[in-house]
Design a protein around this ligand. Structure first.
Ligand code: SF4
Length: 365
C-alpha cells in the first residue's frame, strides 16, 4: 500500500527568511506550489482565515517562518500528576495526520503547518544549553507539537538532528512518529544518541481514529529497519482507547511488536489513556463525525481533563503491563500523566513523583 505524504497546497513565507537555505531546500521539493510572502507569522495567522474546504489535511497550507523565541521548552505536563521531565524542541507546529483525538486541534486551533527554518539559531541555542549544564541529562523530543517525521521529506530535519546529537554525552533525542519517513536519517551515524519512537494503538483504533497514518504493520516495518541500523526503539500507546474488544486487540499488537523488535533494543514503552480538555469535545465531534471516542464514559479528572474512570484506567494499564512484561520482563514501561495511586495499582510500584520518574528515565539515557 502506498503511503500519502504531506504536500501543501499553498506556502506562505515570512519575508525575513525568503533567502534562507532551508527555505530554498523546502521550496526545491515543491516547485509547483503557489507561494506568497508575508510580514509576520503571528499577525498573518490572526488575520488570514483560509477556506478550509479548499484543502485536505494532507494539503494544509504551510508557513515558513523564523522562530523568534526559544526552541527548547519543558513539556507542560499536567497538574497533580506524575510527569517525566521531557523537553520539547519546537521546530514544526501542527500536523496533517488528522487523528481524531489530537490535542493540537484545540491547542493550536490553526489550519497551517508552521515550519521554523532558522536551524542555525536552534543549534546554537542547544549547544549553549547543553554545555551550560553538563551534569544534567536532557531527554529531548520533536514530537509534541507535530509528528517528528511527517514533514521530513520536505525539511530533512531528522538528518541534521541525528548528526547534531550524536556527539552529545548528556542528551538523548527522541523522534516520535506514526510515519515511515526514515530515509533521511537511517544511514546517518547516530552513536546511540537518537531513539526512534512509534505511536501505536490497536488496529481498530488506528484504522478508525488515525486514518491518514500508515498501518501498524507499516510502522513496525519501519521500526525494524531502524533496529537493523542500530537505533534504539521506543513505543507509545497513547491514547489507549476503551471498547468491547480492547483486550484482544491491544494484546495482539503487543505480540506483533515483539515479533519484529527485540526487547533489548526497546528503550521504553509508555502508556496513556484517552484524555482531553472538556472544550475539545465539540471540536472532535465537528472535525471527526465518524469518531466514537467522545461517546466513552469520560469524567473530569483533578486536572480538569476528561478521562476514563480510574478503575478502568488501572485495569487497562495493568493488563498492558502484564502482556508486555510477560514477553519482555526488562523493558521499562511508564505511564504518561497519571497519579502515584494509579501507578501503584496498575504496575505494583510507583516512582512516587515526577522527579522519581525523571530519574528512572535519565538512568536509561
Ligand atoms: S500524529 Fe500526533 S500530532 Fe499528528 S494528528 Fe496524530 S496525534 Fe496529532
Amino acid at each position: 500500500m502506498s503511503i500519502s505524504k504531506y504536500k501543501p497546497l499553498e506556502i506562505f513565507i515570512e519575508k525575513s527568511i525568503v533567502s534562507h537555505p532551508v527555505t530554498s531546500r523546502i521550496l526545491s521539493k515543491l516547485p509547483e506550489q503557489h507561494t506568497r510572502q508575508i510580514d509576520d507569522l503571528s499577525d498573518f495567522i490572526a488575520q488570514y482565515k483560509p477556506n478550509t474546504n479548499d484543502f485536505t489535511p494532507l494539503t494544509k497550507p504551510m508557513i515558513l517562518a523564523n522562530q523568534k523565541s526559544e526552541f527548547l521548552k519543558f513539556c507542560p505536563g499536567t497538574q497533580r500528576h506524575i510527569c517525566c521531565g521531557y523537553q520539547i524542541l519546537n521546530l514544526v507546529n501542527n500536523c496533517e495526520i488528522n487523528c481524531s483525538y489530537c490535542i493540537l486541534q484545540g491547542y493550536l486551533n490553526s489550519p497551517f503547518i508552521t515550519v521554523y527554518v532558522n536551524t542555525e539559531d536552534l543549534f546554537s541555542e542547544l549547544d549553549q544549553k547543553l554545555t551550560q549544564h553538563p551534569a544534567k541529562i536532557f531527554r529531548i523530543g520533536t514530537g509534541e507539537l507535530a509528528d517528528s517525521l511527517s514533514t521530513d521529506h520536505l525539511t530533512e530535519y531528522s538528518r541534521e538532528l541525528v548528526s547534531f546529537f550524536k556527539d552529545k554525552k548528556n542528551c538523548l533525542l527522541e523522534l516520535k512518529t506514526k510515519t515511515t519517513l526514515i530515509n533521511n536519517f537511517i544511514n546517518e551515524p547516530h552513536n546511540g544518541r537518537t531513539v526512534v519512537a512509534w505511536s501505536m494503538n490497536s488496529a481498530k483504533v488506528a484504522a478508525r481514529e488515525e486514518s491518514a497514518a500508515p498501518t501498524l504493520e507499516q510502522r513496525l516495518d519501519a521500526a525494524e529497519l531502524c533496529q537493523d541500523a542500530g537505533f534504539k526503539i521506543a513505543f507509545h500507546f497513547d491514547p489507549m482507547i476503551y471498547y468491547s474488544q480492547w483486550e484482544k486487540d491491544y494484546s495482539a499488537i503487543v505480540e506483533k511488536i515483539f515479533a519484529k523488535i527485540k526487547p533489548e533494543n526497546i528503550v521504553w514503552i509508555s502508556l496513556g489513556a484517552l484524555r482531553y480538555p472538556p472544550l475539545l469535545d465539540k471540536t472532535i465531534r465537528a472535525n471527526h463525525p465518524h469518531s466514537k471516542i467522545v461517546y466513552g464514559e469520560l469524567f473530569p479528572g483533578i486536572d480538569g481533563k476528561m478521562r476514563y474512570f480510574k478503575p478502568l484506567r488501572i485495569e487497562m494499564f495493568g493488563k498492558m503491563y502484564q502482556w508486555i512484561k510477560k514477553i519482555a520482563p526488562d523493558v521499562f514501561v511508564y505511564l504518561c500523566m497519571e497519579s502515584s495511586e494509579v501507578w501503584e495499582k496498575a504496575f505494583g510500584w510507583t516512582p512516587k513523583n515526577s522527579a522519581g520518574l525523571k530519574k528512572r528515565l535519565d538512568q536509561l539515557v
